[in-house]
Design a protein around this ligand. Structure first.
Ligand SMILES: Nc1ncnc2c1ncn2[C@@H]1O[C@H](COP(=O)(O)OP(=O)(O)O)[C@@H](O)[C@H]1O
Ligand SMILES: [Mg+2]
Length: 233
């Protein structure tokens, strides 16, 4: 579904990514792991065209996406839940959900407001509230719901449980498990290794802008000491 090969990118003259390699297969969950500042968010931004790549390849469902405008890449079916949520603060919950909604691929069971509200009942309770009045956890659910409403082939979550209470985190992990069970492909960036081991099929470790390790969950367990070294845990 998504293949990134030798990706290089940065900010102006400062290079941050040197050789990022990662793969997400249809119906699978993949992770991007690494300590703060290793280039995870920059990788996501480069995939989405928000930071132009200066080398390497990004292929999504067989098409090369490097150089396309961010809106075009999103329209190919990548739904981003960005770091820091970034909901539209002065729109209501429902307005946030419909603002970028689309069903471009005539999916079998497309996402609707009703389905999102069933997935996150708290959003149903708050549907007419302005997004800025929501708690952090509710804003996170809204950001996930907004991305799902674009009916993406691939859902990308950048630190979606960061700073949330354990009970809310668990709700989000359970939701991601349910989405996976429906066949949703997901790329997830997070620090909770034990939750990721339960959820994900494949893992990638970034160290200073390079993929230094990749493998499945069994390989990650087998290589635990080395991986924990890169993650600083
Ligand atoms: N807007 C920016 N301008 C310049 N450098 C940046 C910017 N955002 C991030 N960086 C730098 O890029 C590197 C990787 O950051 P980032 O991709 O956010 O890492 P991570 O998501 O893994 O924590 C860091 O050294 C960071 O300081
Ligand atoms: Mg980040």
């Amino acid at each position: 579904m998504l293949e990134v090969l030798g990706l290089a990118a940065g900010y102006g003259a400062s290079r941050v990514l040197f050789d990022v390699n990662l793969r997400v297969e249809e119906g699978q969950v993949a992770t991007l792991l690494g300590r703060n500042g290793m280039g995870k968010t920059t990788t996501v931004r480069a995939i989405m065209g928000l930071n132009p790549a200066c080398g390497g390849k990004v292929a999504f469902r067989g098409a090369a996406v490097a150089g396309l405008a961010p809106e075009r890449i999103a329209r190919l079916g990548i739904g981003l839940v960005p770091e820091g949520r970034q909901v539209f603060p002065t729109l209501t919950v429902r307005e946030n959900l419909v603002a970028t909604a689309a069903d471009r691929f005539a999916r079998r069971n497309p996402w609707t407001l009703a389905r999102i509200e069933a997935l996150f009942p708290r959003l149903a309770e708050r549907r007419d509230q302005l997004a800025r009045t929501l708690s952090g956890g509710e804003q996170q659910m809204l950001a996930i719901g907004r991305a799902l409403m674009t009916n993406p082939w691939l859902l990308v979550l950048d630190e979606a449980t960061e700073g949330l209470a354990p009970v809310i985190r668990n709700e989000i992990w359970a939701t991601l498990g349910a989405l996976k069970a429906e066949g949703q492909a997901i790329l997830v960036i997070d620090k909770n290794l034990s939750a990721l081991k339960r959820l994900a099929d494949r893992h990638h470790v970034l160290e200073k802008g390079r993929t230094v390790w990749a493998g499945d969950t069994a390989a990650l367990e087998a290589d635990g000491e080395r991986v924990r070294g890169w993650l600083g845990v």
